[in-house]
Design a protein around this ligand. Sequence first.
Ligand SMILES: Cc1cc2nc3c(=O)[nH]c(=O)nc-3n(C[C@H](O)[C@H](O)[C@H](O)COP(=O)(O)O)c2cc1C
Length: 186
Amino acid sequence: MKKIFLIFFLVTFLFSNIFAAETLTTIMNRKSVRSYERGKIDKKDIDTILQAGFAAPSARDTRPWEFVVIDNYKKMDALAEKLPYAKMLKEASIAIIVCGKADPNNFWITDCSAATENILLAVEDLGLGGVWTAVYPDNNKIDAVRKELNIPNEYIPLNVIPIGKPKGEFSAKNKYDKNKIHINKW
Ligand SMILES: Cc1cc2nc3c(=O)[nH]c(=O)nc-3n(C[C@H](O)[C@H](O)[C@H](O)COP(=O)(O)O)c2cc1C
């Protein structure tokens, strides 16, 4: 009995460490990818990416997010025309638009930002590439995206995330800066 318990403990310990290492590797390897080879992305992968978005923390667990998934190339091309800093949409396989329900009592921007980072990490983990392209707080971009995608007025598109199979090699920057760390006081 003792032996079984010990084996169980060792296996659990080993696996939890392997997964922790994988999570950190994904976080450290995440980078903005702006060039893709257009092609179909597995529905299973799209689901995983969305599940990661939904798994984000939110203030008082209000979950003020909605996700618009675009897999129609014509729609992505049309959006690219309206968003000068999201031209890579023309190469993307899908795009996810993270929208928040704006309410003075909620933290929609921070909550939707957490969901966005989760999405970007899932994209990295699946060997895909993506980038956060800004919509909010530019009113012209908000109106353009709302109009193109039929987003109701009470929702604000925070960003557009083009996603695709990376074309070329990309690597994460090392942004660690010990000068920005303050221990106990600034
Ligand atoms: C709020 C926000 C807005 C951004 N907007 C754009 C954008 O419109 N177009 C773009 O190509 N990248 C955009 N980015 C990506 C940043 O340029 C990128 O994260 C930054 O250069 C750091 O590079 P890294 O993501 O590879 O670490 C945005 C990122 C954030 C967080």
